[in-house]
Design a protein around this ligand. Sequence first.
Ligand code: KG4
Ligand code: ZN
Length: 354
Amino acid sequence: REELVVLGIETSCDDTAAAVVRGNGEILGQIVSSQADLLSRYGGVAPKMAEEAHSLVIDQVVQQALDASNLTGEDLSAVAVTIGPGLSLCLRVGVTKARRVAGRFNLPIIGVHHMEAHALVARLVDSDLQFPFLALLISGGHNLLILARDVGHYVQLGTTIDDAIGEAYDKTARWLGLNISKGGGPALEELAREGDSDSVKFKIPMRQYKDCNFSYAGLKTQVRLAIESRSACVDNNPISSASFQDRKSRADIAASFQRVAVLHLEERCERAIQWAKEMEPSINCLVVSGGVASNQYIRSRLSYVVERKRIRLVCPPPKLCTDNGVMVAWTGIEHFLLGRFDQPPPAREPEDYV
Ligand code: KG4
Ligand code: ZN
């Protein structure tokens, strides 16, 4: 295992990331180049713009990951790359780069599912983590509860019927006028610390449905209306205006939103643990991963849930929860060890001849 050295490349959304990881889980080098700042100025991910931003930095990001590892392409055993889900224009930048590197050094290539990578990186972090385990994967585009039975063998227990929790955090942060140059989620989490989470009464989504699915669109609407009703007073009433501009009243909305958004996660996780135990009585671990899992409030609330259910919580460090190359390299390693990889592509791609 130690001899195996895999380069992982991730370009599915707004981060261009690469990392070099050894078969035993040692992280040799990792680089993330974020477009959050660029995108915050344009109100979201514009595919064409994101593609250009990836293309601009991909060579440099991969080179820096190799340099940080004190390695060259000659030292690699394989290249792993995210092939979906994500923006196809963006994915293509990573896949093209991976094929170039693999072709040049005659390396096998491993196509990786982005959400599988979020889940499996927990096994790099915690070498005691065995299958089966339950995973809550929370990011900007996905909200999943899965029972992981083995590498490549997953049962979906729940998904979102509309928006993911990260989308709700990002929109709320934007509507509250926060500085989202480092992402909406972290800005909202920070402001929520100063607020009273009981001050605005939002409704917990989907309580009447006794399943493990999620919904955040309704909560988003409730938050928007709460903000609008306060800013509506702004025009007629300067006192309300001042009070809404006031950090405390925005913090109250942030804290109230976060509390209900996370209560929804807690309820679904409790039920999913129950379901998972019925399917796999040996289940003893809940993995929580994906960008939103870097949130400290969520980590602490879910730690109470697992305590009540007498199972363990594994939550990768924030740097491995948000999009990164390590999780892709590691998932590549997990598949490679099971013989699941593609042969090296031709040394020169057809377009190289044009
Ligand atoms: O996994 P990820 O990096 O990219 C996707 O695959 O979508 O997740 C990004 C999402 C964004 O919505 C971002 O605002 C959210 O994760 N996020 C957070 C926090 N850090 C990142 N949400 C809440 N609290 C945080 N601390
Ligand atoms: Zn992600």
